[in-house]
Design a protein around this ligand. Sequence first.
Ligand SMILES: *Cc1c(COP(=O)(O)O)cnc(C)c1O
Length: 392
Amino acid sequence: MESYTVDKLGFYGDFGGAFIPEILHRCVSDLQEAYLEIINSESFKQEYDELLRNYVGRPSPLYLSEQLSTKHGCKIYLKREDLNHTGAHKINNAIGQILIAKRMGKTRIIAETGAGQHGVATATVCALMQMKCIVYMGKTDVERQSVNVRKMEMLGATVMPVTSGNMTLKDATNEAIRDWCTNPTDTHYIIGSTVGPHPYPDMVARLQSVISEEIRKQLLEAEGREVPDYLIACVGGGSNAAGTIYNFLDDDVKIVLAEAGGKGVDSGESAATIHIGTVGIIHGCKTLLMQTEDGQIVEPYSISAGLDYPGVGPIHAHLATTKRAQVISIDDDEAIEAAFQLTRKEGIIPALESSHALAALNKIDFKPADVVVLTLSGRGDKDLDTYFQYSY
Ligand SMILES: *Cc1c(COP(=O)(O)O)cnc(C)c1O
């Protein structure tokens, strides 16, 4: 049977690994050696579970949407990560990583952020743990996302605007890596998704796997069975999707991943990495990525800031190429329509990222007996300015 989990060297089939400059070897190999032992230790588990419960507000509900169920002729449950503290799934990972950093004796945290969501989650846990926090953010993004910048600063973080390249996420990531090279002993780099060199994709997937752990229990209670027929999630770097499927990889369940088609997969303006990407190395990881023929990274585009990463987690590249997962590309317009549908029919304003997963429902033929679990990765508060530009 095909294995979908990581191997000893950090690979998922052909994808993953740790392709890093010599100067980072020490940082990365220290983390590789430490993370599993820490995650599996009783003291970590206790502190992590405690914070997930009382700080984040877990378990997040599994909500049966009558409206979506009627519309699609099956049973559709929403896994409500939008109800977490700070409004999305990212906090699960940020808390886990800061607890790991503490146990490794680190005193300084760095992070990169695009739209600012991961930056806010990181600044939040740094305030909670009283750790120094530096967030790298492209200057273009700093200007576009002023509320998140001010939130991070209010939380006590230092936001460093990055002026190289296109001044967006990719450039912020490069700058964070540069910082880590200069401060290897006291600093931990909190990566926000299942990307980067091994062990990050596996570490982040494990820290998000609480999502699927809860789904199994909640579905057993609601439906008398732990395994649904479909699991659906959106994919930027892939962390909410990885958390959603982690404890189901070897079960008989269809996995559907929604990626951002932007203005259309073939429009030249998309972030549909799995559809149009080719194999390459980005931020220390071998995966599918959007690049020109001579290997220059193509700037991605999506209406949703959380989905426009030019690469994708190696776990998802592997699931897609082995056909374990079906990948559906959702355009901006389809995501917007799905967002307004959920808002009007259920009174839930979803994050634009999650709206891509919702729109994928329209592209699947469900049978009446099907049980579907869709992860609502976040709430739409941060996207209101975008939503307000549309009227329905
Ligand atoms: C960041 C973000 C995403 C995309 O990141 P993944 O690592 O692919 O999960 C999706 N939804 C929300 C709400 C986000 O903030």
